[in-house]
Every structure is written in structure tokens, then in C-alpha cells.
Design a binder for this molecule. Structure first.
Ligand code: GLA
Length: 382
């Protein structure tokens, strides 16, 4: 990935060469799902798949956007008029970042931006965070802001929450900006404190597969917001700032105080934070295979308590486990998207074949299967 193709396309669309090319990755989350907006913990890693942006400043306050994934048109916006992404297509993510930078008091103006991406869209792999973070990083350099990574992630999250209208947490943006090659990112969503936890399945004779169920999800459709509101309501009823503040040993007595519909939500969040700690313990002790049962337990909790899985994701998990996987779980927000599967390297092909066969037998669209290793976070590539 040299940025040459993006620079060439930029020149064709906008006439001149770009000032640079930046890339930001999609992510999977190993464990710690629906914990970020509860101030809890997560363990994402960056994928090798990235969104790239070739960019150059403009002095006239126009923001011009073009994507090889779009319909060929250039979207042309006045930076000073940016207020809401309602009614915009994919352009709401990059436009939202420029809006969020200005909202945060940074003196940024226009730019020409050309995008290309190989992050599968709608697969729960954070293609929108990759898009936002690529723009945040490009603008940071184009306008000499010098913002630290977590601040860029906050700006990107603000763009998604307040401009694009998706009430997501901070995990995806932190993963896209702050992950490093060869490691998963142990993230404290309250403080944004983080630690790189070495993760090398291949070195242990294992493989990590990402299975795209092809069921597309939309976090803006209300179900995610409803879950988030349920967690916030439970925390308020318990007199806590966030569910992160409920310790595992207090769980049983806390659950007894809550209305029945909030019980499974709280149980998921508290046990999920525990699973993150457990997973980090295993990885730091070099017990990569021991991660498997933690993943599978996380899936059961998302399926039965949080209720964000779907039949296709459950089928991947059950089939993979039956075919020799060490563990599997849906990753990301849910309602479709992707499943991660930890397998002994020798079992990777048979497990993938079993999943394909199970999908064919059930009449589902064929899933996408890609092997994944922890890749670097957002960076300049040209
Ligand atoms: C989506 C959101 C994240 C996080 C996950 C669930 O990916 O964007 O902030 O809440 O769902 O863990």
C-alpha cells in the first residue's frame, strides 16, 4: 500500500497532486462488546483493510469529496454551512469530522478529499470509523493541529454521534487510530487509558477467521440506541455513573433491585467486562488458545442476554465449534455483521468449509471468510 493509486485518482478528479495520503483501518473486537458506552473495557484489533484518503487543503472554504466506491460524483460543500448530516449519503462521515473539528474550536477550512477503501461496508467491521479516522488524521496534518490519537478518536466519534446521528461509543474510533501491528488494544473507555497486548495467533499455530454473515446491520436504526438507553437507565436506578462501576461481586444484589427487562442487559455488561480482564490475562501469559472459551462465553451472553445476535451469526458459531474451532463469537454491534473464529491453523480450511456448507444447507447467502492478523492503526502512507 503505497498511496500511489489514490494519489493518481486524486489528480484525475481534482487536477493537481494531493499533499499526502492517509490510511485508517477497520477493526474487529476480540472481546468487550457493548461495554464502551458503559465506560467499560474492550479488546479490539485493527484489520489490514483500510480506508485511504488522498487530500489537499483548499483556501476557499469548500469541502470536495469523491470516492471510488461512490457514484462518480464530487460532493461539494461549504465548510461554514455544515450543520447536520441528515439527508447526506456517505459524505456525512467526512463532513462530520470537519464539522466536529470546528465545533471543538480548531481553525480548519476546506479540502479536496479522494477516498478508496477495502473495508467491507455493512459487515460490522467499522468502515465508518475507518472513514472518519482517515479524515481526522489527514486534517490534523493538513492544518497542523498536532492532536493526540485519542483526541482524533473523540472528534471522529463526535462526528458520528452528533452529525451522522449514530449513537456509537468510542471503541471503533480508538481502535482505528490507536491499534498497533501485532497487538490487541486493551481499552478503558472511561479514561481512554490503553495498553497494547501482544496477540500472535499464527505464532501459536492458530488462526483467526473473520466470517461476514452478509447480514447488514444499521446502528442508526434505533435498536442500538434503545440498548444504550436501557444501560443508562439501569446505572441511574443503581445510583452509578455507569455500569462499569458495578463490580462482579455486587452483581447478584444489584440485579435483584432492577426491573426484569433490565436484568439481562446489566448481567451482560458486567460479565463482559470480566471476560475482557480474563482474555487479557490469557494473552499476557501467552495462553492464546485459552481465549477460545472466553469468546464463546461472550457470544452466549450477547445471544441470550443482550439479544443482539442473529440466526446466521449463531449458525457460524455453532458450526465452527462443531468443526474444531477453539472459540467463536459475533463481533461489533450485532444484528448481523461478522463473527470471529479462533481455530488451530490446520482446522482453518475445514472450519471454513463447514460454515459454507451450513449456510448453503440453510439457504443463506454464502458468507465471506477472511483470515486476520493484528494490523497497524491510522497512519500517513504517502
Ligand atoms: C458498535 C459501536 C461501538 C460499540 C460496539 C459494540 O461497533 O460503534 O461503539 O458499542 O458496537 O461493542
Amino acid at each position: 500500500m503505497t498511496g500511489e493509486a489514490e494519489a493518481g485518482a486524486f489528480r484525475q478528479v481534482f487536477g493537481d497532486p494531493p499533499a499526502g495520503v492517509w490510511a485508517a483501518p477497520g477493526r474487529i473486537n476480540l472481546i468487550g462488546e457493548h461495554t464502551d458506552y458503559n465506560d467499560g473495557f474492550a479488546l479490539p484489533m485493527a484489520l489490514p483493510h483500510t480506508t485511504r484518503v488522498a487530500a489537499r487543503r483548499r483556501a476557499d472554504g469548500r469541502l470536495r469529496l469523491h470516492s471510488t466506491r461512490g457514484d462518480g460524483r464530487v460532493t461539494d460543500l461549504a465548510v461554514a454551512d455544515l450543520a447536520s448530516g441528515t439527508g447526506m449519503d456517505w459524505a456525512r462521515y467526512p463532513a462530520g469530522v470537519v464539522w466536529a473539528l470546528r465545533e471543538a474550536g480548531h481553525h480548519v477550512g476546506g479540502a479536496d478529499l479522494h477516498f478508496d477503501s477495502d473495508v467491507p461496508a455493512g459487515a460490522g467491521l467499522s468502515s465508518s470509523a475507518a472513514l472518519e479516522c482517515a479524515v481526522a488524521l489527514a486534517y490534523d496534518e493538513l492544518y497542523g493541529l498536532g492532536l493526540p490519537g485519542p483526541e482524533l478518536a473523540r472528534i471522529a466519534q463526535r462526528a458520528e454521534n452528533a452529525f451522522a446521528g449514530v449513537p456509537c461509543g468510542i471503541m471503533d474510533q480508538m481502535a482505528s487510530v490507536c491499534c498497533t501491528e501485532g497487538a490487541a488494544l486493551h481499552l478503558d473507555s472511561r479514561t481512554l487509558a490503553r495498553r497494547q497486548v501482544p496477540f500472535d495467533p499464527e505464532g501459536r499455530g492458530l488462526a483467526l477467521l473473520v466470517v461476514d454473515t452478509r447480514v447488514t446491520h444499521d446502528l442508526g436504526d434505533g435498536a442500538y440506541a434503545a440498548l444504550r438507553a436501557g444501560c443508562e437507565q439501569a446505572a441511574a436506578l443503581l445510583g452509578l455513573t455507569a455500569l462499569r462501576d458495578l463490580a462482579a461481586h455486587e452483581l447478584a444484589s444489584a440485579l435483584a433491585e432492577l426491573p426484569p427487562e433490565l436484568v439481562p442487559l446489566v448481567r451482560h455488561v458486567v460479565t463482559e467486562d470480566e471476560r475482557v480482564a480474563e482474555a487479557v490475562g490469557h494473552l499476557e501469559a501467552g495462553r492464546v488458545g485459552a481465549l477460545g472459551p472466553v469468546l464463546t462465553a461472550g457470544h452466549a451472553s450477547l445471544r441470550d442476554d443482550y439479544r443482539v445476535s442473529c440466526p446466521e451469526a449463531d449458525l457460524v458459531v455453532d458450526t465452527a465449534l462443531a468443526a474444531g474451532a477453539l472459540g467463536a463469537r459475533m463481533t461489533g454491534g450485532g444484528f448481523g455483521g461478522s463473527v470471529i473464529v479462533l481455530v488451530p491453523a490446520a482446522a482453518a480450511d475445514p472450519v471454513a468449509a463447514a460454515v459454507h456448507a451450513a449456510f448453503a444447507a440453510a439457504g443463506h447467502r454464502q458468507p465471506g471468510v477472511l483470515p486476520a492478523a493484528p494490523a497497524p492503526g491510522a497512519r500517513r502512507i504517502a
